[in-house]
Design a protein around this ligand. Sequence first.
Ligand code: GLN
Ligand code: ZN
Length: 773
Amino acid sequence: MTATTHLPTATILGYPRLGRRRELKRAIESFWKGHTDEAALQETAGELRAATRARLVELGLPAEGGAVPESFSFYDQVLDATLALGAIPQRFADIAGSDLITYFALTRGDRDHQPLEMTKWFDTNYHYSVPEIDESTPLAANPAQLVAQLAEAAEQGIESRPVIVGPVTYLLLAKASDGAGEGFRPIDRLDEVVGVYAELLAALNEAGAGWVQLDEPALVSDSLPVPRSETIALVERAYSILGGAAARPSILLTAPYGDAADALARLGSLPVEAVHADLVRGSLPEADLASGALTSAFAETQLVAGVVDGRNIWKTDLRAAFGALERLQRAGIDVVAGTSNSLQHVPHDVRDETRLDVELASWLAFADQKIEQVVILARGLADGGAAIEAELAAVDAILAARAQASGVRVDGVRGRVDAVTVADRERDHEGERRAAQQGLGIPELATTTIGSFPQTVEIRKARAAFGRGEIGQEEYDGFLRDEIARVIRLQEEIGLDVLVHGEAERNDMVQYFAELLDGFAVTEHGWVQSYGTRATRPSILWGDVSRPAPMTVSWSAYAQSLTDRPVKGMLTGPVTILAWSFVRDDQPLADTASQVALALRDEIDDLVDAGIRIVQVDEPALRELLPLDADRQAAYLDWSVGAFRLATSGAAADVQIHTHLCYSEFGEIIDAVDGLDADVTSIEAARSRMDVVEPLGEHGYSRGIGPGVYDIHSPRVPSVAEQQELIRIAAARIPGEQLWVNPDCGLKTRGYEETVASLTNLVHAARAVRAGA
Ligand code: GLN
Ligand code: ZN
């Protein structure tokens, strides 16, 4: 092994990757459209990487010693690992062209290839490309990209730290390919995969890397294919081997997104040079700290203490964070100040926000401010607490002012939440509702969509022009009404049964509501990657929430006035509004959720008064917020399901409540889905080829269900035959009157041409199955 270097006292695990102004998104999308070539894309990517490294150093991370992580991906860090391992599923073996062409083909698919599945990364709103592994998936180290980036950094005078998803997490997040033998599990190939990691480490060592970061968030999760105790044992096995490799960089093993306290001493004893612990979601192992076991485990290992929260945008209480660091330091542990996880989940810089209320802005920390906070803590570690007392006191003052600020606690809102009764969360019995909803005239295998239609260039232009004041309210509303009329006509032509207004007025399914509710603020540049080139701009929920006026009624009522078929009113549910916003951290989520639920309850009342008979309350994030830690799951499901029910239970029996959930790992929370008590639930299913229907069948699920038959995450147009086959698979398990036919998700990211073709095929497929085909 090369001489062990020493991590400086400050580091982070990663930084936002699309660029301060989403430069990478634009470059990649222009490459996809064929407007630019691969060389141009590579050049932009290189410039972005250089700018990121320079920025991290400018913010105070040392340029030497591996404190600066390589924070870059063309699409996704799990897909990066797939390429680095050469684990290209055989069904993609015929893709010709560069690594980058293969890379994009894996995750986007093309005419002849279904893309890799995509699913949520731990309990975040980030999605990764699920590796497909079987007994014969090839494995061969491909360190080219890692080595190239290292060389770029060195040229810049920065000794950076390559970052790779670790072997155990990689395999536990993989799925067995369709062709795998009965009972095969990707994790069965751990030893082989570890061998390939050893080769990657050797190549990095050769290229001069002092450090490498291997991310093992699997360490904190109870929601993986093996019990957590086994995960820990697998990590020990993998890192004993990797640590023993002859020529390798120093290894930083990380455990973000949750609590690994019970395993920390064991991790510290591994032959790696540094271990990271998430001390925001997780905790310190008090007993091991008191007994000295932690100190001995970390005698030769650095501990990167993730005390600055990388999941939200609030300033960290520096005094408390420093207290934790000092305790570790006093225990004789070589401690490094760090973030709880990669900053890829927060926006760049509060200083870019020129329109935020100044007082609110003073409470916030985006990625750059988080790094500044880490650097302050590191200074305290190096020079003692007195050296940073002024900074600690400044944060104390900010937190005190925040607690007292107007709008943070509103008596009227709190009184209403306190008065909520059990009955407020109950609808009429399911059977009564089914009878009362007969009047809607909905056929078997009813066809519908998830709500949004393509957000065209024209829609974006009109919204931007309205935002800049170039067109007035009246003109903008007129434009949106024309758009609604067009979408209604189109759906009638295609022959869908339950129509939607298309959501043209919404820039985003949460922000739209955030802008109309009290207690929220929106940002200008607060983009956060959700998958690939896609980013969302979460709103900031900072105060007590209430609804000053109806939010969606005029659009839905207008749409319904244009057609005899039922139009679904479309709302975003309380859990999703929380999950996709940056939520106040000064009270339990459950309390905040009740406030949002009551606002939505009033909205449903108003929709029904305006003649809407079906209301969909989307909860795509329901599973996303599910704690990784099994002990906390029941309490979560209780309040999240309760919030949905509070929002929807004001609806009379003849009002059909739909919900939409955006994932396919359904078995895990099927009881919760049952608990939502929605009349109809649509879910993602096409990519996993209806894996979801089996648990539904077993469960004896009795309400309406629409497993998506058209994968909207790819531009591919699914044929009639393909969708018909998926409907048939579902119909074999679920009675026709319960089964709905719909795409996987909303259509806002798609183009019109592929959308019309796909929906037309969908309607034909449903008709064919209805006719017995
Ligand atoms: N109604 C939303 C839409 O169609 C739902 C989107 C989602 O689930 N993410 O866009
Ligand atoms: Zn969805």
